[in-house]
Design a protein around this ligand. Structure first.
Ligand SMILES: [Zn+2]
Length: 329
């Protein structure tokens, strides 16, 4: 269809939209080891940001920087407690502030890497802070501490790899998804991928901000073909999960979203009508059983976690309908 990706993420929001709470207040990261030197750093409260730490014989690498300098320091303290290898690399999975505002709080000699498209999105700090303020739930003043948006030092188009000494880390950009430059980090020896905002646990709603359903689906198929050995994903938000199940679930969702919104636009339906004609798989109040089990591993009371995630999924689904409707109209 030759559809181009919009320049900026959609700023319009559905009525009553809440969106994810990404405030760092109360956020603590707990390490989960996949192997000696490979850890997911999991947020205690979903869907606040998760991170990662990968160490080889010579050096260590951190996945995503935290939303404030304080969070960035928490991540660096955690890394220093888990490995004596020096942190030499930081990877940004997306340009969003909750993944990059902490960049400037890393030492200058730490090399920051991301896709070229992510870096090109990191030009207007004031605008990005304004967008991210909506995710701060009363704590937006904490973003005042973000004075500088340090951009990646090294970029790649589709693929790069880093040798940490006896451990290779692969960086992939499979195409647009949540944003235009989503970067996936893969550690082949543990078959784990850090997926940022590109891919969440099966059964969670995703957020289509810039790509549209069809380009997103092409990117996911590329991921499936490129990483046949993929086992576990560590998303930027929410619980860890089975990588291939997550890809299949999202492909199924995108297919239905594309068909239903395209049909609504072709039939001349209004946006409000389209909200009601598109399948809302969260309307029943039930979650995918594997997702319920995964949420049970958090300290948050399960009922509260479930209610919060359901409300968020409905919000994100309506946003996806809106973004796709605008794209197709
Ligand atoms: Zn995010």
């Amino acid at each position: 269809m030759g559809m181009t990706i919009p320049e900026r993420e959609i700023a319009e929001r559905p009525d009553g939209y809440g969106g994810p709470n990404l405030s760092p207040v109360g956020l603590e990261l707990a390490p989960h080891a996949f192997a000696d030197g490979v850890w997911a750093l999991m947020a205690n409260i979903p869907p606040k940001d998760n991170n990662g730490l990968v160490a080889g014989r010579d050096a260590a690498l951190v996945v995503d920087a935290g939303i404030t300098p304080d969070m960035s320091h928490q991540i660096q303290r955690l890394a220093a407690g888990l490995t004596d290898r020096p942190v030499r690399y930081l990877v940004n999975t997306t340009y969003h502030g909750d993944h990059t505002f902490g960049n400037a709080a890393f030492p200058a000699e730490v090399v920051i890497l991301s896709s070229r498209r992510n870096r090109s999105e990191m030009s207007d700090l004031a605008y990005e802070k304004e967008v991210r303020s909506a995710n701060m739930y009363g704590d937006a003043a904490l973003l005042d501490a973000v004075q500088r948006w340090r951009r990646p030092d090294v970029v790649f188009d589709e693929y790069a790899e880093i040798d940490l000494g006896g451990r290779i880390v692969q960086l992939h950009h499979f195409g647009p998804g949540n944003g235009p430059g989503d970067t996936v980090l893969y550690v082949p020896d543990t078959r784990t991928a850090w997926t940022g905002n590109f891919l969440c646990h099966a059964g969670l709603a995703h957020m289509l901000l810039q790509g549209g359903p069809e380009p997103y689906a092409r990117s996911l198929r590329r991921m499936r073909e490129t990483l046949p050995g993929l086992d576990t994903i560590v998303p930027g938000h929410g619980p860890m999960g089975d990588g291939h199940a997550a890809i299949d679930a999202l492909l199924g969702y995108l297919e239905v979203l594309h068909e239903e919104v395209a049909a609504a636009v072709a039939a001349g339906r209004t946006l409000e009508e389209t909200y009601t004609t598109c399948t809302d798989r969260w309307a029943s109040g039930e979650l995918d059983p594997s997702l319920t089990a995964a949420l049970g591993r958090y300290q948050v009371p399960p009922d509260l976690a479930k209610a919060g995630i359901l409300a968020l999924c409905r919000d994100l689904h309506r946003l996806n309908v809106l973004a796709t409707y605008r794209l197709y109209s």
